[in-house]
Design a protein around this ligand. Structure first.
Ligand code: CDP
Length: 348
């Protein structure tokens, strides 16, 4: 009877191990990719989608280029494949293409397992989990008086079905409450007190709409502690789960420096004065165009010349000049920018 030596047993055992490892490795890797897909989809659906797309694109590109190279060898250079008179360069190219084919196949199948993990995660945790995770679209719209930013902000918000905050109203309301408390508009203590006790429910007040309220607002808006008191409310509004549109003077620069899209809406002072003048006439107010133009210039100077949060476009804002654009054309221009930004960096 033949007895095996210990060394023979060991070598058989090792051979068996390696065979089973070779067989198991791809399954283990695919299971890992499935798990990574599940985890990354649970963590951040947008990043998961990006990785899935890139995986498939890279896999298909490798498969296709390798298949074309190998096909070329089969059709036009069969000697290199069957080993007869194989030139080393052809052989190297063929081996590289075959390796790339294997890698492409693995990447494609791996991406499918990764995608499967993501699909399973979605079915387990459902849409509510993702709504909570994915920060909504935040759009910051800044610009000077009568540039059309308010109209644009409302249209954009309605288009995306998200809420809109006219932050100018906050400053207007602070000026109103400061005056109502008997304080002068440049009395920092009275204005800060008004800002800290501002009731957002009182923003829907007609008296806040007029030009006098706008001018008064730009006086209290120069007080740093007034701005600080209003900051948290604005940021909380911006970071609602569904996203938001905010318009003002410092949204892209101070309130939401991390906004997904920043627009700076402007127009010539003359055109802005013409629009404001028309509004005054519509309300039956007797004020000359020259007076309106002078007011607009004075407010621009106050808003962009102040030390704290001066009006200005953020470095990454896109400027829309509405001097020759009506509301619809301005909206179309804004939508183009928003869609471009969203394609470049979907909300995460
Ligand atoms: O509608 P209009 O552009 O004339 O004014 P508004 O947006 O209601 O803002 C009124 C004033 O509030 C501005 O002139 C600014 O001085 C101030 N404001 C600010 O400082 N920061 C903001 N984010 C919004 C308004």
């Amino acid at each position: 009877m033949n007895s095996l030596t210990f060394e023979q047993c060991l070598s058989d055992f090792q051979g068996e191990c390696f065979r089973s490892v070779d067989f198991l490795t791809p399954f283990v890797l695919l299971a890992v990719l499935f798990g990574v897909g599940l985890w990354s989809s649970w963590r951040n659906r947008q990043a998961f989608r990006r990785a899935r797309r890139h995986g498939f694109i890279a896999g298909f590109a490798l498969l296709l280029s390798a298949a074309v190279t190998m096909g070329w060898f089969y059709l036009f250079d069969p000697g290199t494949i069957h080993g007869v008179e194989t030139p080393p360069l052809s052989q190297a190219i063929f081996v590289t293409a075959a390796t790339a084919f294997g890698a492409g196949l693995f990447l494609t199948v791996g991406s499918a397992f990764y995608a499967l993990g993501g699909a399973v995660a979605k079915s387990i945790w459902g849409k509510a989990h993702y709504r909570g995770l994915t920060r909504g679209l935040v759009i910051a719209i800044d610009g000077p008086a009568a540039s059309g930013k308010g109209t644009l902000a409302k249209k954009v918000a309605a288009h995306f079905g998200i809420p809109c905050l006219d932050t100018g109203l906050l400053y207007r309301a602070v000026a109103r409450d400061t005056a109502a408390s008997g304080g002068a508009l440049d009395d920092a203590a009275a204005a800060v007190k008004a800002a800290r006790s501002l009731d957002p429910a009182t923003l829907d007040d007609h008296s806040l709409r007029g030009p006098a309220a706008g001018d008064a607002a730009s006086v209290v808006a120069k007080i740093p502690d007034v701005r600080a008191a209003l900051l948290e409310f604005q940021r909380a509004f911006a970071h609602r789960p569904g996203g938001a549109v905010l318009d003002g003077r410092d949204i892209g620069t101070v309130v939401c420096p991390d906004a997904d899209v920043k627009l700076f809406v402007t127009a010539s002072a003359e055109e802005r004065a013409r629009r404001r003048h028309l509004e005054h006439q519509g309300r039956g107010e007797a004020v000359s165009y020259d007076q309106v133009l002078a007011d607009i210039r004075a407010r621009d100077a106050r808003d962009s010349g102040r030390d704290i949060a001066p009006m200005g476009a953020a470095a990454d804002a896109v400027t829309i000049d509405t001097t020759t654009l009506g509301p619809e054309a301005a909206f179309d221009a804004a939508l183009k920018v928003i869609e471009q930004k969203r394609r470049a960096a979907p909300p995460s």
